[in-house]
Design a binder for this molecule. Structure first.
Ligand SMILES: C[S@@+](CC[C@H](N)C(=O)[O-])C[C@H]1O[C@@H](n2cnc3c(N)ncnc32)[C@H](O)[C@@H]1O
Length: 272
């Protein structure tokens, strides 16, 4: 079993689920209550027991999908919500999911990934790729400091940091301290509405548009690793003590190498 899948499955099996509110989070309930169209295509990744999806389903929303890497909460959800369409329940790694939606919901998901920069960039890139142009990423992000303890989830973050990751892909409509959090989280979370930026028509078929060389390298390191990158593009900066900084320096000067790296990035995206 993949280690993340195993980690989360064990937490559910051991009942070690301190994040689980046991009910829909109030800022999301209030947000859902003002949505007019019941047909809007919604994805809730890292849905866990899926209280938000249950609420939407009970309130007549017909195109809600939930996704989780662990089957345990999904089975619990399916048993508790027999009217929810089975084919809208995805047991899958978020980074491998392919569909697109009008709305993606964030709820205690970002904070569950080990807080390295690469994971955070990957999250923002993937969220954008799952949305139709003009689609929205809406939800709650913890506004708590990131501690040095690598095991201490939820992993925190700040408004400034989240903006850095999300701003290349999204217009920020709202991103403020939530005023209607559940008591335990009051003062500790930000409510955000991020609208996916539209690509100009001529750029729509260019998958590299708007992606910085740094994001490309971060994606490759996270998904392929330096060793594989070195196999595919033989340049010294991938072989000897490779770092993003030294690679950036080299690739900015050598267009031929940059083009090869961009092609490797596109191959990697197609694989995922
Ligand atoms: C902290 S829990 C939050 C669950 C739920 N959103 C909630 O608030 O109750 C994080 C969830 O994300 C899931 N998860 C973690 N990594 C994932 C991945 N790469 N793809 C899909 N789900 C993932 C875990 O299995 C877990 O259910």
């Amino acid at each position: 079993m993949n280690t993340e899948k195993e980690y989360w499955t064990n937490r559910y099996k051991e009942g070690h689920t301190g994040w689980d509110l046991g009910t829909i989070s109030t800022p999301l309930k209030d947000y859902f209550d003002q949505i007019q169209s019941k047909e809007v295509a919604i994805l809730i990744p890292g849905a866990g027991n899926g209280y938000e999806a249950a609420y939407l389903n009970d309130n007549g929303f017909t195109n809600v999908h939930i996704l989780d890497i662990s089957v345990v909460p999904l089975e619990q959800f399916a048993a508790a919500n027999p009217s929810f369409p089975e084919e809208h329940i995805h047991e899958q790694d978020f980074f491998k999911h392919k569909n697109t939606y009008d709305l993606v919901i964030e709820q205690t998901f970002f904070c569950s990934f080990p807080p390295i920069k690469m994971n955070r960039v990957k999250y923002a890139t993937k969220m954008a790729s799952l949305l139709n142009d003009g689609g929205k990423l809406v939800g709650l992000w913890f506004d708590i400091p990131l501690t040095e303890d690598p095991d201490k989830r939820p992993f925190g973050g700040s408004k400034k940091e989240y903006r850095t990751y999300l701003a290349p892909f999204f217009e920020i409509k709202t991103f403020e301290a939530a005023h209607n959090s559940v008591i335990d989280r009051y003062g500790d979370e930000l409510f955000g509405i991020f609208i996916k930026k539209k690509q100009p028509i001529k750029q729509q078929n260019n998958p590299l548009h708007g992606i910085t060389l740094q994001s490309i390298l971060e994606h490759l390191v996270a998904n392929e690793g330096w060793e594989e990158m070195d196999k595919q593009v033989r340049i010294n900066c991938f072989t000897e003590n490779p770092t993003i900084k030294s690679s950036l320096r080299f690739l900015r000067k050598h267009l031929w190498a940059r083009e090869k790296v961009e092609k490797m990035y596109l191959r990697s995206l197609n694989k995922n």
